[in-house]
Write a protein that binds this ligand. Structure first.
Ligand code: GA4
Length: 337
């Protein structure tokens, strides 16, 4: 590995943030999908936090392990092999640069288009067999996780008493659903270990909200994922490789007229241990109109957002930087004095 100078590493340091208050330290809501009371708890979690952990999800562990093995093989390939799958535009292999607006993180990643009809758009060539195995593992994993996400979205619709229980899930099930899959690999940073600086301050993936409807994350057992609390502090989500973490995306926040919260989250890289996460971002078709559901509004004037298409929102999101408040321009200015 090429040694990096301290000044290069400086750009990856996080600004110090407020420590979590131990007296009000919240728990990450845990939803047991096998229990009948989970509908109520998961809606509560979406309203209060916008983030929860799912257990007893029924996704076969061998799908998860197979993909993890293939992804580990990819990230441990020679740099030249990985770079054949890059740079991301936005799909492909990326290293330290995130998006188009100068965001950096101590991370390598693969971003894949998983629209149901998408062609396999990432090629790397250390062996055709590896490529084939990798794509099959992604297909199996994404199909299983998408089904779980749809089940969760239907439970939400039931609990919100929406007439159509597939009002959210149909957007992911649509042939044109604009869904994305990402595998992030956070290598250890030995330069930080050698210096006096605390490794907990290294940005892996800067703070942001996810633009889509719902995100499903699975990571190995290395910590790093943090969620933003309302008092400005950051709380670590203890890793659990057998569970999934779900977060509400901006589009679901809009469709529920902010009953559900799209939570800011980030990843802090580890100076000693690598971390790998896989995230499915369930998005609607590009031409889908996103607006608060009429049945959740008492009066039309209660809508907090102007209607937009996913195409418009996605374009504006992909042209923004990670920490930008992307929904700001779509918020309605209140006419009440
Ligand atoms: C955040 C959620 C997903 O990882 C992602 C990211 C996308 C990218 O990596 O290209 C973005 C980011 C994400 C939102 C703002 C823009 C676009 C990087 C960035 C700076 C794939 C997505 O859909 O939006």
């Amino acid at each position: 590995m090429v040694a990096l100078s301290q000044s290069t590493i400086q750009q990856f340091f996080l600004k110090p943030s407020k420590p979590v208050n131990p007296l009000t330290f919240p728990q990450i809501p845990t939803i047991d999908l096998s229990k009948p009371d989970s509908k109520h708890l998961l809606v509560k979690a979406c309203q209060e936090v916008g983030f929860f952990k799912v257990i007893n999800h029924g996704i076969p562990l061998n799908f998860i392990n197979k993909l993890e093995t293939e992804a580990t093989k990819f990230f441990s390939s020679p740099q030249s092999v990985k770079e054949e799958a890059g740079p991301p535009d936005p799909f492909g292999y990326g290293n330290k640069n995130i998006g188009r607006n100068g965001d950096v993180g101590w991370v390598e990643y693969l971003l894949l288009d998983v629209k149901p009809d998408s062609q396999r758009n990432i090629f790397f060539s250390n062996s055709d067999q590896h490529q084939e195995n990798f794509h099959c593992a992604v297909d199996d994993y994404v199909t299983a996780v998408k089904n779980m996400a749809c089940k969760i979205l239907e439970m939400m619709a039931d609990e919100l008493k929406l007439e159509q229980r597939n009002v959210f899930s149909k957007l992911l099930m649509d042939e044109q659903s604009d869904s994305v899959f990402r595998v992030n690999y956070y290598p250890p940073c030995p330069e930080v270990q050698e210096s006096e600086i605390d490794g907990g301050n290294l940005i892996g993936f800067g703070e942001h909200t996810d633009p889509q409807i719902i995100s499903v994350l699975r990571s190995d057992n290395t910590s790093g994922l943090e969620i933003s609390l309302s008092d400005g502090s950051w709380m670590s989500a203890p890793p659990d490789s057998e569970s999934f973490f779900i977060n509400v995306g901006d589009s679901l926040q809009v469709m529920t007229n902010r009953i559900f919260k799209s939570i800011k989250h980030r990843v802090v890289a580890n100076s000693k241990k690598s971390r790998m996460s896989m995230i499915y971002f369930g998005g609607p078709p590009l031409n889908e109109k996103i607006a608060p559901l009429a049945s959740l509004l008492e009066r039309e004037e209660d809508s907090l957002y102007k209607e937009f298409t996913w195409f418009e929102y996605k374009n504006s999101a992909f042209n923004s930087s990670l920490s930008h408040n992307r929904l700001g321009i779509f918020e309605k200015v209140s006419s009440k004095i």
